[in-house]
Design a protein around this ligand. Structure first.
Ligand code: PMP
Length: 436
């Protein structure tokens, strides 16, 4: 053995002794040493040590609070005051029914689609983008499985690990995770009521990128003013700092139309624009899109083919039909009215119960109200005590790790009749969680 394996003879002797001691080898008098009869069944019944594997990939684990939220969201007893989804009551069952009934006669097949996605959907998006002032020929659009996948693909295809991504602070929590898992440094830039304070970007800009949600920002609900959009665009163009503009909530204006996306100013392919129907229609369709220069779009399409062979073709056909039939626009009118009523209800309840406890913004659209406590609170205790009262919260520190005194409220998910009791209870819990 020592010759075959080229190891010292005494190493072999020690190994044999140890294996015999573990019962894995059997020595018989005069019969030599052999593998014990139960060794193979022992090997076969022992699973690999998965703990060695499960944390080996690039993804970090979610913060514990996020893991709890992800789990409890599916337990009916909780009133979800922070969830960034539409209330199931708002889902357009009838229109969806009509769309799906029409599909069999419209779909030629359910084969895989090309790298950029369904041409009919991309043509439809070209028209919709034009309404926002964005020139987007179908060769500049790639369909993704939700806009989060767009972010993910951009971060793994376009950025070197170690490069910096500037974001608003706070920002969309999953964007933080996606960039971090891809090995980026995050640099949170503060905001005022007109949007990101871009002049505070003073780090090394080469090989960096800026990620922004200018319209109905997640989680603060703010809108970047038209002037700030122009200034930001000039700053980024001047510094050759590419921008990812996430417009997930752009269609959800409630009072007046927001300024046009920053992408509408872009004639040189500086801005990568992300769209989705997850906030307006159905996250379950898993359809988003990215608009950008052809080189970027083709690269993303190429990698997407390696990742999942394209977004669901059923969903792409359904969405095309939703757009082209005019149902989407009809539904948006209904949705805006509903969301506006819910927002106004929540604002009036906040005025009633939180006047002395917190400050907040009045969002002109989207889903969110950013609640800042006037006195410091013990956030973990608040989260726990809210749970004990069957209220599930989204604490501010999951959107900005350094901010422990804010909450993201969403008026989109909970039912109107649940807001009144839960916000009253929450205000009482907040008082009990204030730091002494
Ligand atoms: N961007 C923002 C700002 C969001 O809030 C969300 C959903 N929470 C997304 C992107 C991702 O949406 P999806 O992947 O479902 O399109």
């Amino acid at each position: 053995l020592s010759e075959i394996f080229q190891v010292n003879r005494s190493t072999i002797v020690t190994a044999v002794e140890e294996l015999t001691a573990y019962g894995l080898l059997e020595s018989e008098h005069g019969g030599g040493t052999k593998i014990a009869s139960n060794t193979w069944s022992l090997f076969l019944s022992t699973p690999p040590d998965w703990n060695k594997y499960i944390h080996s990939g690039p993804f970090k684990s979610n913060m514990q609070t996020i893991q709890i939220i992800n789990k409890l969201e599916f337990e009916d007893k909780y009133i979800r005051l922070g969830t960034g989804e539409l209330c199931p009551d708002l889902f357009p069952h009838e229109l969806m029914n009509k769309v799906f009934k029409k599909l069999p006669s419209k779909i030629p097949s359910l084969n895989y689609l090309g790298p950029l996605g369904l041409p009919e959907l991309r043509r439809s998006l070209t028209e919709r983008m034009a309404l926002k002032g964005i020139e987007a020929p179908d060769s500049s659009i790639v369909i993704t499985s939700g806009s989060l996948q767009g972010l993910q693909l951009l971060s793994v295809c376009m950025l070197k690990p170690g490069s910096t991504v500037f974001t608003e602070a706070p920002t969309y929590l999953k964007s933080l995770q996606v960039f971090q898992s891809a090995g980026m440094h995050l640099s949170g830039i503060p905001m005022d009521k007109n949007g990101i304070l871009y002049w505070q970007i003073n780090k090394e800009i080469s090989q960096s990128l800026l990620y922004t949600i200018p319209t109905h920002h997640n989680p603060t609900g703010l809108i970047m003013s038209e002037e700030r959009r122009k200034e930001l665009f000039h700053f980024c163009s001047g510094n050759r700092l590419p921008v990812i503009e996430d417009d997930a909530y752009g269609d959800l204006w409630l009072d007046k139309m927001p300024p046009k996306p920053i992408k509408s100013l872009d004639k040189n392919g500086m801005i990568l624009y992300l769209g989705t129907v997850s906030k307006t229609l159905a996250p379950g369709l898993r359809i988003g899109w990215l608009v950008g220069p052809e080189s970027v779009v083709y690269r993303i399409g190429d990698v997407k083919m390696q990742v999942d062979y394209g977004a669901s073709s059923v969903s792409q056909w359904a969405l095309t039909e939703f757009f082209d039939s005019g149902y989407y626009d009809d539904y948006l009118i209904f949705l805006r009215k509903e969301l506006k009523a819910r927002r106004d209800l929540v604002l009036s309840l906040l005025g009633k119960y939180f006047k002395d406890l917190a400050d907040w913004n009045v969002p002109e659209g989207g889903f969110y109200i950013w609640l800042r406590f006037k006195k410091p609170v013990l956030m973990d205790k608040l989260f726990q005590m809210a749970l004990e009262n069957n209220i599930l919260l989204n604490p501010g520190n999951i959107y900005d790790f350094s901010d422990n005194n804010a909450l993201r409220l969403s008026y989109a998910y909970a039912r109107p009749e649940d807001f009144s009791t839960s916000l009253k209870t929450l205000s009482e819990v907040v008082v009990r969680c204030q730091k002494k």
